[in-house]
Design a protein around this ligand. Sequence first.
Ligand SMILES: [Zn+2]
Length: 261
Amino acid sequence: MIDSHCHLDMPRFDADRSDVLDRAWAAGVTGLVVPGVAPATWSALLEWPARDRRVQVGLGIHPQFLPELDERDDERHLAELDTLLGKGLAIAVGECGLDGPTKEKVPMERQLRVLKAHFALARKHRLPLLMHCLRAHPELLKLLESEPVPDAGLLMHSYSGSADLTKKYVRSGCHFSFAGPVSFEEARRPIEALRSVPLDRLLVETDAPDQAPHPHRGQRSEPAYLPLIVEAMARARGETKGALDAALQANTLRLFPVFAG
Ligand SMILES: [Zn+2]
């Protein structure tokens, strides 16, 4: 069982990071992907897989971090990203994407420019994209007409689009992962999104420290909660845990083959 998206590098884990990891392995988690969100985090992240290869990393610029970065530095940051990806230590490009609410501070034009650069880097380095898309689905779908999904894949993380949107993303070749909200009884949107995704495109994540599943809702999430999310997914989709586990495993290895070896 692999947590395809958790921010274990965040300060909220500074006090007990190794305990958090121990609890994850004890809960049956066999690997996890930590997506980098800003240039300042990249170098430290790259050292992690060498210490413990169960922890793999992505490198990218999250749209919600763009307001903190001077636009004049975008080119330099993207060139640095290219160089670091060239070391072959990261297994994905991202977290990157489009964020509707951030439009107030960072216009969509800049978000799109930075995201397009991530697409180019994913193609160049033959890596999958870890995609954040919050209230910007029309813009992302439009972008996908000119920027095809890289051969190594694209993962829509913490997906919450409608069934209609899902069809479009599926046709583009996207995969989808789901976090804690699918375990909330009244969470109609994420559960409908979850049911709309074909079994062979489905992954799972905790998105720790955010989006903790029931019964930890509102608290800090951590990868040890991953089994709770998988159980909720099986319930919501009416699939057996065994069938879902097998599909999640196959889909995760397709995007992140490093975990197979
Ligand atoms: Zn994230």
